[in-house]
Design a protein around this ligand. Structure first.
Ligand code: B12
Length: 232
């Protein structure tokens, strides 16, 4: 099968939530010489786009979303296992604490971001879903993080991003950690408003953002770096 067809098939199987076949197709992709990052971005992630659009159009419902989400997670695991071998010798780019904001159980996008950061040489500590402000702080202190990354897809969880910025200020640690935010309702304007150090549109942009922020240093200085590959 041609590479392009394998990518389309992976996208379709993720959208359909067919975990077994999707994992098999990913393995076929490796065998055909496809780059793991291409499989992730142009195959699996496209599948999530498809089911997201179907959901928004009322053509798919929560059970389908859960199946697709589980399939995406399984696929990420296989892709990640394959990539981490290649990247084992990668130098440490920085330490990142990442999690989904309090009240939010969505984790697919956050998992993609975490996986991509890991394979690009960052040491990633993933706190999972529904993470309290204090947990972000405690983990960052414990591991000596360079970056605290918060994801949310829920408008109702946005206030916790602002709370985190305030908590870091109140504990005199705002100048220790680059605070970055992202996910559906998190706009660049919102990131600026809460004084975050960075915002990125997707996982690929996030890797670039993290590289630039670690190189720049000076967290909490008041400027917000925006990395948006879709900006015109
Ligand atoms: C899948 C899904 C679910 C699944 C989640 C499964 C899982 N394991 O994650 C399930 C079915 C569980 C679910 C539940 C709910 N959902 Co839902 N869900 C979705 C859906 C369809 C797709 C999300 C997704 O995975 N996208 C694919 C990933 C790859 O993209 P992404 O998350 O955006 O991440 C990318 C970027 O945003 C960015 N990014 C992400 N995080 C970060 C972090 C940083 C730091 C940076 C820089 C970048 C970054 O990079 C990522 C990768 O490129 C969206 C619709 C949509 N179009 O987004 C609704 C959506 C997010 N859900 C919604 C809602 C309302 C809910 C529920 C409240 C429904 C309900 N009534 O129960 C519950 C949530 C309960 C809770 N407490 O959290 C709304 C949210 C509306 C809002 N703005 O508040 C949406 C937008 C649907 C809608 N149109 O109404 N959901």
């Amino acid at each position: 099968m041609a590479k392009e067809e394998i990518l389309k098939r992976i996208a379709k199987l993720v959208a359909e939530g067919d975990e077994e076949e999707a994992v098999q197709a990913v393995k076929e992709g490796f065998a055909a010489g496809l780059d793991p990052l291409v499989i992730l971005n142009e195959g699996a992630a496209k599948g999530m786009d498809i089911v997201s659009e179907q959901y928004s159009a009322g053509e798919a419902y929560l059970p389908e979303l859960v199946l697709s989400g589980d399939t995406m997670s399984a696929v990420i695991e296989v892709i990640f296992a394959n990539m981490s071998k290649e990247q084992a010798a990668a130098s440490k780019q920085g330490v990142i604490v990442i999690g989904q904001a309090k009240g939010d159980v969505h984790d697919i996008g956050k998992n993609v971001v975490a996986a991509l950061l890991s394979v690009n040489g960052f040491e990633v500590h993933d706190l999972g879903i529904d993470v309290t402000v204090k947990s972000f702080y405690d983990k960052a202190q414990e591991v000596g993080a360079d970056i605290v990354a918060i994801s949310t897809l829920l408008t109702t969880s946005l206030p916790y991003l602002e709370d985190t910025a305030r908590y870091l200020t109140d504990t005199n640690t705002r100048n220790k950690y680059q605070l970055i935010v992202g996910g559906g309702p998190v706009t660049p304007e919102f990131a600026k408003k809460i004084g975050a150090d960075g915002w990125a549109r997707n996982a690929f942009d996030c890797v670039e953002l993290c590289r630039k922020l670690v190189a720049k240093g000076n967290p909490g200085a008041g400027s917000t770096m925006i990395v948006d590959s879709e900006a015109v």
